[in-house]
Design a protein around this ligand. Structure first.
Ligand SMILES: CC(C)(COP(=O)(O)OP(=O)(O)OC[C@H]1O[C@@H](n2cnc3c(N)ncnc32)[C@H](O)[C@@H]1OP(=O)(O)O)[C@@H](O)C(=O)NCCC(=O)NCCS
Length: 151
């Protein structure tokens, strides 16, 4: 059944579910409401029973031809089943469709996960100016390593 769970575009009404998942996985939910149109989710078939049943999420904040990949989260009960990898693969396809050429991210918790998926550590001077004004760079993840992948 787990392999049948589908990745879907998020709706604005998924906001509370994504926040609940991010809190469960200890990621910051700040300002995701501004970017829900660029979020993907994996819904549990029984998600009408409660927001905690969202299986996965990932989103993009777009800054011209670059994007910040954020909020990659898989519910602890579902980790280790390839959902994180599928979400990254799919959000890269979404980004390509929006003429994004470079993906950035900030992570304290999954550096090796992203290295295996082609991201490299970059210094913050490589990050586009507008992205550096985002809440992640200015407030939430000020000391996290930044990573980048050309797509
Ligand atoms: C990181 C995360 C999204 C991975 O999701 P997942 O569905 O478990 O990932 P997959 O099943 O696709 O894992 C694939 C591989 O990555 C490894 N992996 C998983 N989480 C990892 C982590 N935090 N760091 C390093 N490697 C990790 C798995 O061991 C697996 O390795 P293998 O291919 O050698 O067996 C998930 O662990 C998570 O939600 N973590 C908490 C939130 C987080 O840290 N998000 C990233 C911050 S932007």
């Amino acid at each position: 059944m787990r392999s049948e769970l589908k990745i879907e575009e998020a709706k604005n009404s998924d906001h509370a579910s994504v926040v609940a998942l991010l809190e469960k996985t200890e990621l910051p939910p700040d300002e995701i409401e501004l970017h829900m149109e660029n979020f993907l989710v994996i819904r549990h078939p029984e998600s009408d029973r409660g927001p905690e049943l969202l299986v996965g999420s990932v989103g993009l904040e777009i800054y011209e031809d670059s994007a910040l990949l954020r909020s990659l989260a898989v519910h602890p009960d579902f980790q280790g089943n390839g959902f994180g990898t599928r979400l990254v693969d799919r959000i890269i396809e979404v980004a390509k469709g929006k003429d994004i050429t470079r993906l950035f991210l900030l992570t304290d918790t999954a550096e090796d996960f992203f290295k295996k998926r082609g991201f490299v550590i970059v210094t913050r001077d490589k990050v586009p100016h507008d992205m550096k004004q985002s809440i992640e760079f200015t407030t939430l993840c000020t000391s996290s390593p930044s990573m980048m992948r050309e797509i």
